[in-house]
Design a protein around this ligand. Structure first.
Ligand code: LLP
Length: 445
C-alpha cells in the first residue's frame, strides 16, 4: 500500500516522496491523494450507481471538505452531504451543483435554512418539528416549495464507539418513532403548499464493519413507510440510508471492505422488504464519508523530543497531535505509522508517539514499532484522510497544518498552513485594556 523505493529509504505515497513533501511544505502536513479518492468513487459508481437502478450517492463532506474536494466530488458525479452553513458555503463557493446537495443537521438555524433555500439545495433532511416549522415559514416567505426528507431514529445503533453510534433510541438525531409523531409531521407536510416530502433518512452510526444495523434499520423504515401508505396514503419516493462504512487503521482492524460488502446487503434487504410489503422500491441514497477519503490521506510530522523512562516507555513527540488529530483522544482511535525517512530499516524499537499539547491525553499512537528513531526523523501517520483536517482545532494556539493534494504524482497546496497572524485575525483588544501601565507592577511578590 505504501511503497518504499529499493534505492531510497524514503516512504513513497501516491508516487510522491514523503520526506521531500515534508521538506518542501513543512510539517505537520496533511497529504491527500486524488487518485485514491477517485478509486473509491469509482467503486461506488460501478457497484452501486451502475449496478442498481434508481440510486444516488452523496459524499458526507464532514469527513473532509475543501473547495478542491468539492471539485473532485463533482467530477466523480457524486452528490454532497453538508451539515452546516459553513459546509454549504464551501460548496457554494466551489460552484458545486446545488441540486446534488443534501443538507443535514439536528439544529439548523434560520440563517442556515435561508442560505439553503436561497441556493436551491436539492434536499433538506429535516431532523425535528422545530426545524419543519421554521422551514415552512421561510419557504412560504420565499414562495418556494422545498424538497425534504425526514430523518427518523430507527432505534438501531451501529456497532461502533458509543460516541459515533447515532441510530439508537436515546439519540439527539432524528424524529422518534413514537406513534403519532411521525404521522403528524408527514400529514403536516402533505397539507403544506411549501413542503414537498420525498421520503426518509436514517444514519445508524459510523466506522462500521458490519451491515446488520443497516439491515435492521431498513426493516424499521419499511414498516413505517408501509404504515404511512396505509394510514395516510403517503407514497415514499426516496430512502436515504446514511453512511457509516468503516476503514481499517491498524492490523487489529478487519481489512477495509469494498463498497459491495455494504451495498449488496442494503439493496437486497430493500428489494425484499419493499416487495414483501407490496410497495414500490424508492430511490435509494447512500452517504459514505470516511470510506471515501479516510485511506486517501496521511499526516506527516517531524519527530522532536525523545524521552526514555527506564523500564516504562519511550516517548517521541511530534510537532502536532491532538489539534490536528483529536480522534485518539476522543474515541481511543488507533493509527499506524512509519518513519518516512527510514522506511527500509528494520523495526527494532517500540515507542509511543506523543503530541505536543499540554494534555496528557494527547498521545497519537501507543506502542508503535519503529526503526531506531532520532529527532528530526519524519513520521507518516496513515489513513488520516477522514475526520482529521475537518476536526482540527487551534488548541494551545497551534496553527493548523496545510493540506497538499497529490494529483498524478504532483503535489499541490490546497489549504495553506496557518500562520501566527491567522490566530489573531479575528481578535480585538477593548480600549480599556489597551495601554496598560504594567511596568510599575512587579511579576510576583
Ligand atoms: N450521513 C450522516 C447523516 C451522518 O451523520 C454521517 C456521519 C455520515 C453520513 C457519514 O458517516 P461516515 O460514512 O463518514 O461514517 N467524527 C467522527 C465521525 C462522526 C460521523 C458523524 N456522522 C469520527 O471521527 O469518527
Amino acid at each position: 500500500m505504501y511503497l518504499q523505493n529499493q534505492n531510497n529509504a524514503n516512504l513513497i505515497f501516491d508516487n510522491c516522496d514523503t520526506v521531500k513533501l515534508a521538506k518542501n511544505f513543512g510539517t505537520p502536513l496533511y497529504v491527500v491523494s486524488e487518485d485514491r479518492i477517485k478509486n473509491k468513487c469509482k467503486d461506488i459508481r460501478e457497484n452501486f450507481l451502475m449496478e442498481y437502478p434508481n440510486t444516488k450517492a452523496a459524499y458526507a463532506s464532514k469527513a473532509f471538505l475543501t473547495m478542491a474536494m468539492c471539485k473532485i466530488i463533482e467530477q466523480e458525479g457524486l452528490g454532497l452531504d453538508v451539515v452546516s452553513g459553513g459546509e454549504l458555503y464551501t460548496a457554494i463557493k466551489a460552484d458545486f451543483p446545488m441540486e446534488k446537495v443534501m443538507f443535514h443537521g439536528n439544529n439548523k438555524s434560520y440563517e442556515e435554512l435561508t442560505l439553503a433555500l436561497d441556493n436551491n439545495v436539492g434536499r433538506i433532511i429535516v431532523d425535528n418539528i422545530y426545524e419543519l416549522d421554521m422551514l415552512e415559514d421561510i419557504a412560504k416567505k420565499k414562495s418556494k416549495k422545498v424538497k425534504i426528507l425526514f430523518r427518523i431514529t430507527p432505534e438501531v445503533g451501529g456497532k461502533t464507539h458509543e460516541y459515533i453510534t447515532t441510530g439508537q433510541k436515546d439519540s439527539k438525531f432524528g424524529i422518534p418513532l413514537e406513534k403519532g409523531i411521525i404521522e403528524s409531521v408527514v400529514k403536516a407536510s402533505m397539507d403544506s403548499n411549501n413542503i414537498d416530502l420525498k421520503g426518509f433518512h436514517f444514519h445508524v452510526g459510523s466506522q462500521l464493519f458490519e451491515i446488520d444495523s443497516h439491515v435492521a434499520a431498513i426493516k424499521v423504515a419499511v414498516k413505517l413507510i408501509k404504515d404511512l401508505k396505509d394510514e395516510l396514503g403517503f407514497a415514499t419516493e426516496e430512502l436515504n440510508t446514511g453512511g457509516g462504512f468503516g476503514i481499517s487503521h491498524t492490523e487489529e482492524d478487519e481489512e477495509t471492505k469494498p463498497a459491495s460488502f455494504f451495498i449488496n446487503p442494503i439493496m437486497k434487504t430493500i428489494e425484499q422488504e419493499f416487495t414483501k410489503a407490496d410497495l414500490d422500491i424508492p430511490t435509494v441514497i447512500i452517504e459514505p464519508g470516511r470510506w471515501i477519503v479516510g485511506e486517501a490521506g496521511i499526516t506527516l510530522y517531524t519527530l522532536g523530543s525523545i524521552k526514555e523512562i527506564s523500564n516504562v516507555r519511550k516517548y517521541i513527540s511530534v510537532d502536532g497531535g491532538l489539534p490536528d488529530n483529536p480522534r485518539p483522544a476522543l474515541y481511543k482511535a488507533k493509527y499506524d505509522a512509519a518513519v518516512a525517512n527510514k522506511a527500509n530499516q528494520k523495526l527494532e524499537e517500540v515507542v509511543t508517539i506523543a503530541g505536543k499539547c499540554c494534555e496528557s491525553g494527547d498521545i497519537l499512537i501507543w506502542d508503535l514499532k519503529t526503526p531506531k528513531v532520532e529527532s528530526g526523523d519524519i513520521l507518516a501517520v496513515f489513513n488520516t484522510g477522514a475526520y482529521n483536517y475537518s476536526m482540527a482545532s487551534n488548541y494551545n494556539r497551534l496553527p493548523r497544518p496545510g493540506v497538499v493534494l497529490i494529483s498524478k504524482g504532483q503535489p499541490e497546496l490546497i489549504v495553506e498552513r496557518e500562520k501566527y497572524e491567522d490566530l489573531l485575525n479575528k481578535e480585538r483588544i477593548p480600549e480599556h485594556l489597551d495601554n496598560i501601565q504594567s511596568k510599575k507592577l512587579t511579576f510576583g511578590a
